[in-house]
Design a protein around this ligand. Structure first.
Ligand SMILES: [Zn+2]
Length: 435
């Protein structure tokens, strides 16, 4: 039974706490938690999150991913990372344990992308301008983390304890395909009947995520000036053909829909050449062609596509477009991120759609996320089905990243209501209803 009075109190509490929501995200932004690929600096931020969860009354643990049982042996573990100063945080709010309530987990990452060009002020100095909160990680994804923390605080302060457990976790090392922090959380046993990942989705409910690979694609040649008639091969011409191919490959794939039901509309499926390097760029002049050309490229894919299939698709289509061109070598720069999805009849989905309808007054957008993230650690490697659902904003991984404050307020309200709806409140004593 829907408790209208409780819903009203949640809405009112969240509105009154708008300033505190902004304050919490701002506090998180001030910590430099840039992912440094093999290392990171999340510790101080994670200590702050742990203290906040403890002060709310949650059973909180700050632990190194290395402590997770079977961490390094797990097939989804990706080596080469240093977790010395990078603890995960998990806070568990015990439910009433009536046996009837389902459990829920909010999983965020504390690390941010690197500082991209285009910032007009310090990325770690939050600024609220016209309803937008600017700062590195505001959108991806400290805003969502703060919303989940405030949602739990809301219910605690309203005296509502759900039947099932609610867990909030903040993991390290998600950017650059890290995902080991998320793996560690699963191995530590922080699993639930459902997980919500508050990555930025502009409030769309995303039951699926894309996958992707970041490769270094290398073409080799022979350099010199051919004084003795040596055959020279300039790898730039082959790399150039490959670049022309990639542009067409992206266009072709973006014209066709992906797998139903979450990606059945044609949408841009990015192929991003992130870097192309050839020749001695440190030298004042070059009078010969390069020995090799490296093209770094990020290629996204839909759920169900494996790393091998994606690489085969690229090489076969390149070979058919440019017959006779040498096939390049592929070296993986980060882990392959598989796409993933939850079942269309996952019972959390209609509940989330209902929350969007009730709180935002619009029909929920329910579709696959237009990005890859660590949701696969849940959906492919744990018993916990995960849905991505987070705030509105823009410029993730770019200068002037911001989150829309109103969307955080709405999200906090919807998260709190989702806890009530999913975890149940049948154990609530009489009288509490009217407090
Ligand atoms: Zn993210």
């Amino acid at each position: 039974m829907v408790d209208k009075q409780l819903e009203r109190r949640i809405g009112q509490w969240v509105r009154e706490k708008r300033g505190e929501i902004v304050g919490l995200v701002s506090e998180l932004i001030r910590y430099d938690t840039v992912n440094r690929i093999t290392d990171g600096t999340e510790r101080d931020c994670q200590t702050f999150v742990a203290a906040a969860l403890t002060s709310m009354g949650l059973e909180t643990a700050l632990y190194s991913p290395e402590e997770a049982p079977g961490f390094r042996e797990h097939p989804a573990y990706f080596p080469g990372k240093d977790y010395t100063h990078r603890p995960n945080v998990a806070g568990r709010w015990k439910g009433r344990g009536t046996g009837s309530g389902k459990s829920l987990l909010f999983s965020s990452h504390a690390d941010t992308a690197v500082v991209a060009p285009g910032w007009s002020a310090s990325p770690w100095e939050p600024r609220e301008i016209d309803g937008r909160l600017y700062g590195l990680g505001a959108f991806d994804m400290k805003g969502g983390l703060a919303a989940s923390m405030m949602a739990v605080r809301c219910l605690i302060e309203l005296g509502v304890q759900p039947d099932g457990d609610v867990t909030i976790e903040s993991v390290v090392d998600e950017e650059f395909g890290g995902a080991n922090g998320t793996l560690a959380g699963r191995l530590m046993g922080y699993n639930a009947d459902a997980a919500i990942i508050p990555e930025p989705t502009n409030l769309a409910v995303c039951p699926a995520t894309r996958g992707g690979a970041l490769w270094r694609v290398t073409f080799r040649g022979k350099t010199g000036l051919s004084f003795s008639g040596e055959t020279l091969i300039n790898p730039l011409y082959d790399a150039g053909k490959f670049l022309v191919f990639l542009e067409q490959f992206e266009r072709r794939r973006s014209d066709s829909p992906g797998p139903a039901p979450w990606y059945d509309e044609a949408a841009a499926l990015p192929v991003i050449v992130t870097r192309a390097v050839a020749g001695d760029i440190a030298a004042a002049l070059c009078d010969v062609g390069p020995e090799r050309c490296d093209v770094d490229v990020w290629v996204e894919c839909y759920p169900g596509t494996s790393e091998r299939e994606l690489e085969r698709e690229l090489t076969e289509e390149f070979a058919s477009m440019f017959p006779g061109a040498p096939l390049p070598e592929f070296v993986k720069l980060i882990r392959f991120l598989p796409g993933c999805e939850v079942s269309p009849d996952f019972p959390l989905l209609p509940l989330l759609a209902q929350e969007v309808r009730d709180v935002c007054g619009t029909e929920a957008t329910m579709k696959g996320a237009p990005f890859a993230c660590d949701a696969f650690m849940f959906n492919l490697h744990s018993p916990t089905p995960a849905v991505v659902w987070g705030p509105s904003g823009a410029n993730a991984h770019a200068g002037e990243e911001y989150v829309e404050v109103e969307s955080l307020v709405l999200l906090t309200e919807m998260y709190a209501r989702t806890i009530v709806g999913w975890c149940g409140t049948t154990g609530r004593p009489e009288g509490e209803m009217n407090r």
